[in-house]
Design a protein around this ligand. Structure first.
Ligand code: HEM
Length: 154
């Protein structure tokens, strides 16, 4: 559990950085009518793959998390702390939705015929996914739940 939450916190940065890079590249490629190169395609692919890794880590973490297990084992009782609802339902639910959106967007981008359509599809779907992820991350300044930007111990 301890190392898994540290890994989950680090992989968050890989997901955020790759997703934001994808958005900048898609925006610029669409605007400049650039070619959808092999490099851009690799970026699309790796962004989705990193999100899938985070999904697997997140699911494994959830079953070991005291917040997640407390929430699901005490459904009939009122919650004493919002963190139980956040890590039990809100965070996993929103993140799963965001990763599904990213996956659909990535597949649709791959299947699009013309380069400009590829950039447009990637831009739209990845933006929706990024907005959900940014909202659902427990940033230190988040009103939902606050966790450190970098976790080195638990
Ligand atoms: C893009 C996807 C995701 C990102 C960026 C993300 C990010 C984070 C971050 C930053 C934390 C706080 C870590 C810390 O305390 O330092 C966290 C906690 C947590 N995440 Fe995620 N997460 C994602 C997906 C998921 C998914 C899909 C699940 C479960 C299905 C999940 C379950 C959890 C749980 C249960 C905790 C709380 C663990 C605990 O302290 O007991 N996460 N997540």
């Amino acid at each position: 559990m301890t190392s898994l939450v540290i890994i989950h916190s680090i992989v968050r940065w890989l997901v955020v950085i790759s997703l934001l890079t994808s958005l900048v590249v898609a925006w610029s490629g669409y605007g400049k009518r650039s070619a959808f190169t092999q490099r851009v395609n690799k970026l699309r692919h790796w962004t989705a793959t990193l999100a899938h890794c985070q999904l697997v880590i997140g699911i494994t973490l959830a079953f070991r998390s005291p917040y997640f297990t407390h929430f699901w084992h005490n459904l009939s009782q009122p919650n004493t702390h919002f963190d139980f609802s956040f890590y039990g339902l809100i965070h996993p639910g929103l993140m799963t939705l965001a990763i599904a959106t990213l996956t659909i967007g990535s597949a649709k981008t791959k299947r699009s015929k013309h380069d400009r359509n590829k950039f447009r599809t990637m831009l739209i779907w990845f933006t929706v996914s990024a907005v959900i992820i940014i909202i659902a991350i427990p940033w230190p300044f988040s009103p939902l739940s606050a966790r450190p930007l970098i976790r080195i111990y638990h």
